[in-house]
Design a binder for this molecule. Structure first.
Ligand code: COA
Length: 181
């Protein structure tokens, strides 16, 4: 599914949230590498962001073709500064009411309300797609993201200890959260 929305930040800057298109593949890989290197709160090591343009184009096409999933880019002018995904939790009838989401934004743009706008876009799209609940998991130490999700009504649904392991041997636990739509 596709999405388009313009938002105006408190300082007047206009940000566009729209589905990624084939021509955004290179920027999407760059953005993924950049965000993955800027925080320990995402899933991938930077060295695991090595997909080719062709592979990324295929991911974008598949997402746009899905009826109940999307891959959103966040644009400041021509620059891709963040990405967000809406995904079905599964294809079987018994889980068709559940969606999962993820968001990331370049550090330089944190704290200006863009993450909140990304979440509103995902929530609205999930409602349009007929989902009944949105699920996510967040690294326990990620206080900024936790505060954002709680402010939007997400409730803590669980705790997964040692869910991620860093290269230096440290573990991180995940907090599981759910929003009823
Ligand atoms: C999570 C993320 C998308 C938030 O984006 P953002 O644009 O900074 O979010 P917003 O500016 O809309 O809101 C952040 C909120 O957290 C609050 N906040 C910031 N730091 C905080 C902290 N240490 N403790 C509590 N709250 C905090 C801010 O005050 C703000 O709330 P407010 O609007 O009520 O003031 C962004 O930080 C990011 O991409 N982080 C790295 C990737 C990531 O963690 N993704 C989520 C994985 S689950």
């Amino acid at each position: 599914m596709r999405f388009y929305r313009e938002i105006t930040l408190a300082d007047g800057e206009v940000i566009v949230l729209r589905s990624l298109e084939k021509q955004d593949a290179g920027a999407a890989i760059f953005c993924l590498r950049q965000t993955s290197g800027e925080t320990e709160f995402l899933l991938r090591e930077v060295s695991e962001c090595g997909m080719t343009i062709a592979q990324e184009e295929e991911v974008i096409k598949r997402k746009n073709d899905e009826k109940r999933g999307m891959l959103l880019g966040v644009f400041a002018g021509d620059a891709l500064i963040g990405m967000a995904g809406l995904n079905a939790c599964g294809a079987f009838e018994r889980v068709r009411h559940r969606a999962s989401i993820g968001i990331s934004l370049l550090r330089a743009y944190w704290g200006r309300g863009i993450g909140t706008a990304m979440m509103h876009a995902l929530i609205d799209a999930a409602k349009d797609a007929g989902y009944e609940q949105i699920e996510l998991d967040v690294v326990e130490e990620n206080k900024r993201a936790l505060a954002l999700y709680q402010r939007l009504g997400f409730k803590v649904a669980g705790h997964m200890p040692r869910a991620m392991k860093y290269r230096d041997g440290r573990y991180a636990a995940l907090t599981l959260m759910v929003l009823s739509l």
